[in-house]
Design a protein around this ligand. Structure first.
Ligand code: GLC
Length: 425
């Protein structure tokens, strides 16, 4: 090729790239939003992002993460530790908010009226050193789902109030169901080794159990907790009313699908499962009731406080746009859209009395009370490490690797060593 032609070519490429760059929206009008969840949730986000773009002219690119809370946390931590600017805005599990705010990864959210949100949650989870650093997108609290039709057919008029009642009705109904459905197990719950196991454990332990905090330190080796872990083990191995894959595979979605295909009487899950159980084609449609989590003997029922919060990265270079997005998705209209689409329980209290919502979802006011009283996990920056220690031990008990007593004693030793590393006596 003659040198002249090469120059012409080079100049053309240069002109084309300049045009291309000036046509591409600058990073300032683009926001990267990372989120995980069920396919239905992701479709909901796509719609919200589309409406936000129409209204604001800001494009939001969705960065999909796995649904599992631990995997989402790890993925975000990797980005923040590297100090990269994406994602600009993201969802966080309430269980790791303390870690994120303490690590300085969250940009304060200015100009937001927090009055409509659950005050306890804003104080406990979303405020750090006096700054608002996140807002609740939706609230979670553990619930017991039950098959109304199967209880009725066995002459049982109400769902169980205690774990003993749950075992009794399960043992009565499971053998009958097995004749037609060989995979029927009366009770499905989250037993895999991940954060969901801890949420369930707190509910099995009831109001006298959990992480006993003393002067900032944490203990789990208490009689109530040992009883709870033994009971979790017995559900699988002694009563045989929970499937053996509980400790290997059962996370929210596995549990929900098991119940939804008609193979369980009871299910422990978060409120999102209700809408999916009522989907067209679902075996359990119009047959599912919800009730508070049963209580252990001598204690009252506990529902673990869960939920997801939105925040803006300190490393973002589109903070103003990211904040606009946060305001949009936490507005009355933005949250209402997600509630109607997904049956979510919003972080705004004012939506719980919205006429249209209550008409479509009569359980709504009942759920508000469950959230108000739900039990939080410890809001300390090292909580996720404590949780990992306890998860491994409890899961080991479920797998038959350790006895309940020894496992929790070992958990306490490991937690104490961890706290020493943080300088907590
Ligand atoms: C739900 C809850 C969250 C909890 C997680 C455990 O996503 O909202 O708070 O940590 O389940 O799997």
């Amino acid at each position: 090729m003659p040198p002249k032609t090469r120059w012409v070519e080079r100049i053309t490429v240069l002109i084309l790239s300049c045009l291309l760059f000036s046509c591409t929206p600058s990073k300032e009008s683009q926001v990267v939003f990372s989120v995980g969840g069920t396919p239905a949730e992701l479709r909901g986000w796509e719609l919200l992002v589309r409406d936000f773009r129409k209204q604001s002219g800001i494009t939001v690119e969705i960065l999909l993460l796995p649904a599992d809370t631990d995997q989402q946390r790890q993925s975000l931590i990797t980005s923040f530790e590297a100090g990269v600017r994406n994602p600009d805005v993201f969802l966080m599990d309430v269980g790791w908010l303390a870690l994120f705010s303490h690590s300085g990864w969250l940009e304060p959210l200015e100009g937001i009226d927090t009055a409509p949100f659950f005050a306890k949650v804003i104080d406990l989870a979303d405020t750090y050193n006096g700054d608002l650093v996140a807002l609740p997108i939706y609230m979670d609290g553990g619930l017991l789902y039950y098959r109304k039709d199967l209880l009725e057919a066995s002459g049982i008029s109400a769902p169980p109030n205690t774990w003993e009642e749950l075992v009794r009705s399960s043992l009565a109904i499971q053998p009958k169901m097995r004749k037609k459905r060989p995979d029927f197990y009366a009770f499905v719950w989250q037993g895999a080794e991940y954060e969901g196991l801890i949420c369930d454990f707190l509910e099995f332990a009831g109001s006298n159990g959990g992480f006993v905090l003393e002067d900032g330190s944490i203990h789990v080796n208490t009689p109530q907790n040992r009883r709870a872990v033994q009971f979790m083990h017995d559900l699988i191995w002694k009563y045989k009313i929970s499937p053996p894959n509980t400790y290997t595979e059962m996370k929210e979605e596995q549990v929900r699908r098991w119940f939804q295909r008609g193979d369980a009487l009871y299910e422990r899950n978060w409120p999102y499962a209700y809408r999916l159980h009522e989907e067209e084609g679902s075996v359990v449609r119009d047959r599912t009731g919800i009730a508070p989590i049963p209580a252990p003997k001598g204690s009252t029922s506990v529902s673990t406080l869960g939920g997801w919060h939105i925040g803006v990265s300190r490393f973002s270079d589109a903070k103003r746009e990211a904040l606009e997005f946060v305001k949009y998705v936490t507005s009355y209209q933005g949250q209402k859209q997600m509630v109607l689409l997904l049956g979510w329980n919003p972080g705004r209290q004012d939506l719980y009395s919205d006429k249209e919502i209550v008409e479509k979802m009569p359980n709504f006011p009942k759920l508000k009370e469950i959230f108000r009283n739900a039990r939080p996990r410890p809001m300390v920056p090292y909580y996720t490490q404590v949780s990992e220690i306890v998860q491994t031990k409890i899961n080991g008990v479920l797998a038959g690797r350790f006895p309940a007593d020894g496992a929790l004693a070992e958990a306490d030793e490991e937690i104490a060593a961890l706290l020493r590393r943080y300088g907590i006596p």
